[in-house]
Design a protein around this ligand. Structure first.
Ligand SMILES: C[S@@+](CC[C@H](N)C(=O)[O-])C[C@H]1O[C@@H](n2cnc3c(N)ncnc32)[C@H](O)[C@@H]1O
Length: 236
């Protein structure tokens, strides 16, 4: 096992972990074709800016939760140097997504694991930084909070987390896009984000110094926060 693993990474690509999250295993082959258009080609620019907010150092160990085909993982890996110990770890519950991510980004700076955000297979305090884009609208409120508590657990004290996801829409265009997604995919988890239920969970899960750094398309926010350096009571 590597220096981060609490349990050995799932090796069998046929073994789908158990989760209530909306896992996109079936869509892995088409994801890179359809997803950019659904986000008006803004997904990768948002990922790149999110990675930029983390002030990554070449030797950092960083986690991408709900990585899909690894767009955000790769954006972070560009700042890292494997020879200095730097590595971006992408985690997704969809084995086929992980397979696609591995085939697209085969480098010493990236690693992709099958696993669930609400029960991360990593040890405490082991990642320098963490990120997640467009994952939190795939899980219900309880698992949004569980996943955030897990990210908080695996981050080292002082480590930064950046999250980009659907937020309360501003204006008719943002409202139309966000509500259409909720209706089209029959996804109440999107409705929770639209109703503003995600952002309060960041502080509830123990994060501090929360800022909304960017707003895009009238319905996507990018938040930056940090795990406190001070000892804190365990949330919950
Ligand atoms: C919209 S995609 C993320 C996009 C990605 N950040 C990128 O840069 O392309 C959401 C991903 O979350 C994954 N997912 C859903 N529930 C999950 C869970 N409980 N744990 C881990 N991943 C999950 C899905 O399989 C899907 O690949």
């Amino acid at each position: 096992m590597g220096r981060i693993d609490r349990v050995p990474p799932v090796a069998d690509p046929e073994r789908m972990p158990s989760t209530r999250g909306r896992v996109l295993n079936h869509a892995a082959g088409l994801y890179d074709l359809l997803s950019p258009a659904m986000m008006f080609w803004q997904e990768q620019p948002i990922n790149r800016r999110a990675a930029g907010l983390l002030e990554l150092q070449p030797g950092d160990l960083v986690l991408d939760v709900g990585c899909a085909t690894g767009g955000l993982t790769e954006s972070m890996a560009r700042y890292l140097d494997a020879a200095s110990g730097g590595m971006a770890v992408g985690l997704d519950a969809a084995p086929r997504m992980v397979e696609v991510a591995r085939s697209k980004h085969a480098s010493g700076r990236c690693r992709f694991d099958i696993g669930v955000a609400e029960d991360l297979p990593y040890g405490d305090d082991c990642f320098d930084k963490a990120a997640s884009s467009f994952f939190f609208h795939h899980v219900d409120l309880a698992d949004k909070e569980r996943s955030l508590c897990e990210i908080h657990r695996v981050l080292r004290p002082g480590g930064a987390l950046v999250v980009a996801d659907i937020d309360v829409p501003s204006g008719w265009f943002g409202g139309l896009c966000a509500r259409s997604g909720e209706w089209l995919f029959r996804q109440p988890e999107i409705g929770e984000n639209i109703d503003g239920k995600l952002a309060p969970l960041f502080l509830r899960s123990g994060f501090v110094e929360l800022e909304t750094v960017y707003s895009d398309l009238g319905y996507v926010s990018t938040w930056l926060m940090r795990k406190s350096l001070a000892l804190q009571p365990v949330p919950g």
